[in-house]
Design a protein around this ligand. Structure first.
Ligand code: PHE
Length: 470
């Protein structure tokens, strides 16, 4: 009996594959895409190997999970997504090469990637000139989407992330002075250095020195010694985990016990292997927290863990969202065959409920979303949610409900937040009183830190507002 089913299975797979080949010409009308057929070909590129390989691997895994969900539910209007995954080893020139290959040889109809802004910047012009939409899940440097209208992202950008951390340093850590230690070859690091300094200065703080390193430096003690002599209140290290772990260890070895601060680039399970206990008293800005109790997020965390045996980092979450946003746009565009239509549909993405928050692309094709501040906890090892910082114009509306009311309260309600920050209570449950004052009304499981709206995105594309505003 089993054998018969197996045989039927094999035969139908063969027939299906044959059908794909036969229908290869479908999907005409696209500017350049010729993939067509019964499948939709999507390219994925990133560093599957190299110094920051967890970036590429988490990204691939997040996309894989999303695509499996989409395909298992029947695909997009009956068409399954097929991924073409390329390893660029984290090298900008390789990123360009694999982008050319995916477009010219594999004939992908859209591309997801890269992670590191420098690599996205290297490859994006190829996609732009071929008119193949590229969505970067996680490159945050503003220049990436400036390449052109075929390039978009589902994450916030670094002026926001850098200033979020500067505000946190000044307001929550009471820092008056800061030193910055950044990677001079990374667009990401250079951008954050600038944006952090601008906001920290605005907050009345002073950056006492800006020190530089490069990805291949094995030792950071010269720069750290200089910083130690200036004794700043905090040290901002806008780099990638591969260097940050070592920097943290060397700083502590030199007797520097100040808070270390960074951005999303610290986010990797491998950070803890490199930095260990030296990562105590450190904070990062990031895109999401895996601790968010919202059911959609916990569901994602559970499914990801079941498949890959690790808690999804923000890269995995953003990658998952990027694939879902792309699928949503393909559906709205009536297929992936017409790249002009597909790009327009992507760029029109509005109120898309992702696991990293509600995704609306602005006129520059950047997602406008809150950032979370997380505390690094080497004992976990992992990150503990501290607070949410909202972009200008997006206030954090509050509710009087508490997290302990989670079953009956607004976590899943329909309160929506408009970009102008005004609140519309569309909650049919009517159980929450919403206002825009800064009140810290939520009790949290982790010792009283405040919960917030970003932690409670619901699946209907609106945010339930249940939080505080700092
Ligand atoms: N934002 C980083 C960059 O642009 C990439 C990154 C995103 C790394 C999220 C880790 C987590 O280079």
């Amino acid at each position: 009996m089993t054998k018969i089913f197996l045989a039927i299975g094999i035969i139908s797979s063969v027939l299906f594959a044959f059908a794909c080949v036969q229908k290869g010409g479908e999907g005409a009308g696209g500017t350049t895409a010729t993939g067509g057929g019964d499948t939709i070909k999507v390219g994925v590129y990133g560093d599957m190997t190299g110094q920051t390989a967890s970036f590429g691997q988490s990204t691939r895994n997040g996309i894989q999970l999303a695509v499996d969900e989409i395909n298992n539910a029947g695909g997009i209007d009956g068409k399954k997504i097929v991924l073409v995954v390329e390893d660029d080893q984290g090298q900008p020139n390789q990123a360009t090469t694999v982008m050319q290959k995916m477009i010219n040889q594999d004939k992908v109809q859209a591309v997801l990637g890269e992670v590191a802004s420098t690599n996205s910047l290297a490859a994006a012009p190829v996609a732009q000139s071929a008119k193949i939409p590229m969505i970067t899940p996680s490159s945050t440097n503003p220049k990436v989407t400036e390449v052109g209208d075929y390039i978009s992202r589902v994450c916030f950008i670094d002026p926001f992330q850098g200033s979020a951390m500067a505000k946190f340093a000044a307001k929550s850590l009471n820092a008056k002075t800061a030193a910055i230690l950044g990677d001079v070859n990374s667009d990401y690091s250079k951008g954050l250095t600038q944006f952090f300094e601008e906001e920290f200065t605005k907050q009345g703080g002073r950056v006492v020195t800006k020190e530089a390193y490069t990805q291949n430096d094995p030792d950071f003690k010269a720069q750290l010694t200089k910083i130690r002599n200036l004794n700043p209140d905090v040290i901002y290290v806008p780099g990638y985990y591969s260097q940050v772990g070592i920097i943290a260890r060397q700083a502590r070895e030199l007797g520097m016990n100040q808070p270390l601060m960074g951005g999303d680039g610290w986010d990797s399970p491998d950070l803890f292997k490199l930095g260990g206990g030296a990562l105590k008293n450190a904070y990062i800005s990031n895109h999401y927290s895996a601790e968010n109790p919202a059911p959609e997020i916990q569901n994602f965390v559970k499914n990801y863990k079941a498949k890959f045996n690790v808690v999804p980092d923000s890269l995995a979450a953003l990658a998952y969202d990027s694939a879902k946003v792309l699928a949503d746009a393909i559906k709205r565009a009536g297929g992936a065959g017409d790249s002009v239509k597909l790009k327009d549909a992507i760029n029109a993405t509005k109120d898309f409920a992702g696991v990293t928050g509600t995704i609306t692309l602005d006129a520059s094709r950047n997602a406008v979303k809150p950032a979370v501040i997380l505390e690094v906890d080497p004992a976990k090892p992992g990150f503990t949610f501290k607070e949410t910082i909202y972009p200008e114009g997006m206030s954090a509306p509050t509710a009087t409900t508490t997290m302990t009311d989670a079953n009956s309260n607004s976590m899943m309600n329909g309160n929506s937040m408009s970009n102008s920050g005004s609140m519309m209570n569309t909650n049919s449950m009517g159980s929450n009183s919403m206002n825009t004052s800064s009140m810290n009304s939520n009790s949290m499981t982790n010792g009283g830190s405040n919960m917030n709206s970003n932690m409670m995105m619901n699946s209907s594309g609106s945010n339930s507002m249940n939080g505080n505003m700092k």
